[in-house]
Structures are given as structure tokens and as C-alpha cells.
Ligand binder design. Structure first.
Ligand SMILES: NC(=O)c1ccc[n+]([C@@H]2O[C@H](COP(=O)([O-])OP(=O)(O)OC[C@H]3O[C@@H](n4cnc5c(N)ncnc54)[C@H](OP(=O)(O)O)[C@@H]3O)[C@@H](O)[C@H]2O)c1
Length: 292
């Protein structure tokens, strides 16, 4: 039995689908079972729980062989943050996994480090460290930015004006990876015990600027207009003003500033040398699928 915390999410949904096709029994942890209706089938059990509720995780992890954490608190409103979910929630899940005697697969981020300017990356690192300190049999999967999420954001902001919003100058190199590729590596991590004790890093074939990504989305949608930009000065102002009232908006503005200046390019060749059967999904493939 595999427990997938975050199984209702963008990545988790693809991971659960892959595990089911492999014939495995899956338990999905969600705060709201309504969010798991698209996963319903004989092999999938849905359990209600919250990674912030330490005691509630005992029943969810009972009888499980591998626990997967694909949760995140980056975009959450008050009370839901990288600190409460990615660090503390994962710590609760790690402790419950240890008590259940299961292995652990942790979704983390390329760039996870205690010195990162990105709060999320520091909190992911703290979770990695917690798993190591507990002596848990763990595989860490670190991924770059999800292509599907960025395309979704560009589409959403283009909905009214036809012109997507790029946060910042948009001229910084960023690696984008499809959840299809990440899910294949997560499945490998779950089912291959030789990955325990390893940190597996995956990116996509595309290192792009946000402006390039926005132009590709426009082209695929047949929209001739150019993207709009939120200048870095406005992002700083947002972080210092609205960010005080709505922490999630402040967090997103600060993250956009980091993504606008820190080199986030990545070479994904090493993971494909280690696991040549992993898919390599390009921007063109994803734009073709989503028919934007
Ligand atoms: N998005 C990226 O660019 C990116 C890049 C690198 C790594 N990652 C990592 O990849 C993983 C999946 O990301 P994603 O974008 O697919 O996530 P997502 O679609 O935003 O889904 C987030 C998941 O977290 C669960 N969750 C949030 N708070 C929870 C809580 N308190 N208790 C239990 N579950 C909770 C949600 O479950 P319910 O709402 O059903 O409760 C949902 O299934 C995350 O660990 C993320 O940090 C993401």
C-alpha cells in the first residue's frame, strides 16, 4: 500500500494514475475527499487528514509500505505556508512514517538549501534534513519549476485581456519541467528501493525566460499580442504592502523577484543518464496536450 499525501494535486494526480496502472493499492490523504473524486477506482482509498494534525496521521499511515509527500503550502492563505506545510507538516508525516515502519519519498525542489533566498526552498531543505535526522529510509526527488503550473498562470492572467502577465522583467533563465516527467521519477523512487538514501534531481529539456514562455503560450493560443509585465519595483511594493495583510501574496511577489534575478537554469542530462527510460517532455509537447 502506497500513501500519497498531496495525491489530489497537479503532480499527485499523475503519480496516483501511474501507480494504479501498475496495479498497486494507493491511499490518498486529502483535507477534503471531494477533491479526490477524479481519482476514484477500486485500487484507491481516500482518507481525510491534514499534515498539520500530527495525531491524525497515525491511522492514515497504518499498514503502508511507502509514504509519498507531494504536499505544498506555498500558495496557501493564512495558516498555510511553506513553514507550516513543507517544513512542519512534512516533519509530522516523517514521524508518522517512521512509527509505521514505512519508507518515505519526499517531493522537494532543485535549489533546496538553508541559504536559499526562496522561503519554500529553505523549508524543503528542513524537511529533507528532518527525514535524514530520523534515520528514515528516504528518497528525495527534487524538481525544477512545473511547466503546467506556469502555463496555467499565464493562461489565467491572459483570460480577460488576451495578454498574459509576466512578473518582473522576465529575462532570467529558468528550467521548467513537465509533471509527466517528474511523476515518472517519483514512481521510480516509490518502486525502486535502490534509490533510498539518494537525492534525485530532475528538470526539463527547456531553459527559458518567462517572457519566452509567455510568447510560446501566446503563439500556441493564436493570440498575436505581447505579454504585459509587472515591474520589479511594483513587486517589491506589493511584498511590503499587500503582503503584510495577505502573506501568500507577499510570498508570491518575493518569489517572483527571486525568479527574476537568480540563475535557475538546470541540466537534466544526468538523471536521464541514470534512468534512460524516463520521459523527456518538452514545452511543445505540453502546449500540444493542453491545446492552449
Ligand atoms: N509546482 C512547482 O513548480 C513545483 C516545483 C518543484 C517541486 N514541487 C513540489 O511538488 C509537489 C506537488 O506540487 P503541485 O504543484 O502538484 O501541488 P498542488 O497541485 O498545489 O497540490 C498540493 C497538494 O498539497 C496538499 N496539501 C496542501 N496542504 C495540505 C495539508 N495541510 N494537509 C494535507 N495535504 C495538503 C493538497 O491536498 P488537498 O487540497 O486535497 O488537501 C494538494 O494535493 C509539492 O511537494 C511541491 O512543493 C512543485
Amino acid at each position: 500500500m502506497i500513501l500519497v499525501a498531496g495525491g489530489t494535486g497537479r503532480l499527485g494526480t499523475v503519480v496516483v494514475g501511474r501507480l494504479v496502472r501498475r496495479g498497486l493499492e494507493v491511499r490518498v490523504l486529502t483535507r477534503d475527499p471531494e477533491r479526490a473524486t477524479h481519482l476514484a477506482c477500486d485500487q484507491v482509498q481516500v482518507v481525510t487528514g491534514d499534515v498539520r494534525d500530527r495525531d491524525g496521521l497515525g491511522p492514515a499511515t497504518a499498514g503502508v509500505d511507502v509514504v509519498v509527500s507531494a504536499v505544498q503550502g506555498f500558495v496557501g492563505p493564512r495558516g498555510i505556508s511553506p513553514a507550516t506545510i513543507d517544513r512542519d507538516g512534512n516533519a509530522n508525516l516523517i514521524d508518522a512514517t517512521r512509527a509505521a515502519g514505512a519508507d518515505f519519498v519526499l517531493m522537494s525542489t532543485v535549489g533546496a538549501s538553508p541559504e536559499s533566498p526562496m522561503e519554500l526552498f529553505r523549508m524543503k531543505y528542513a524537511a529533507e534534513q528532518h527525514a535524514a535526522a530520523r534515520g528514515l529510509s528516504t528518497t528525495v526527488v527534487r524538481a525544477t519549476a512545473f511547466l503546467e503550473l506556469s502555463i496555467e498562470l499565464l493562461e489565467k492572467t491572459a483570460a480577460r485581456s488576451g495578454r498574459p502577465l509576466v512578473f518582473g522583467r522576465g529575462d532570467n533563465g529558468i528550467n521548467f519541467v513537465s509533471v509527466i516527467d517528474v511523476a515518472a521519477l517519483v514512481e521510480r523512487a516509490i518502486t525502486d528501493p535502490t534509490t533510498r538514501g539518494q537525492i534525485l534531481e530532475i528538470g526539463g529539456p527547456d531553459n527559458l525566460t518567462f517572457s519566452e514562455l509567455a510568447r510560446a503560450v501566446q503563439l500556441a493560443a493564436g493570440r498575436p499580442s505581447s505579454p504585459r509585465h509587472v515591474p520589479p519595483g511594483v513587486l517589491r511594493l506589493m511584498a511590503a504592502t499587500i503582503g503584510r495583510v495577505k502573506p501568500e501574496l507577499g510570498r508570491q511577489a518575493r518569489a517572483a523577484l527571486v525568479m527574476d534575478r537568480v540563475d535557475l537554469t538546470f541540466d537534466t542530462a544526468p538523471i536521464h543518464r541514470s534512468y534512460p527510460d524516463l520521459p523527456i517532455t518538452s514545452l511543445a509537447d505540453v502546449l500540444g496536450h493542453s491545446k492552449v
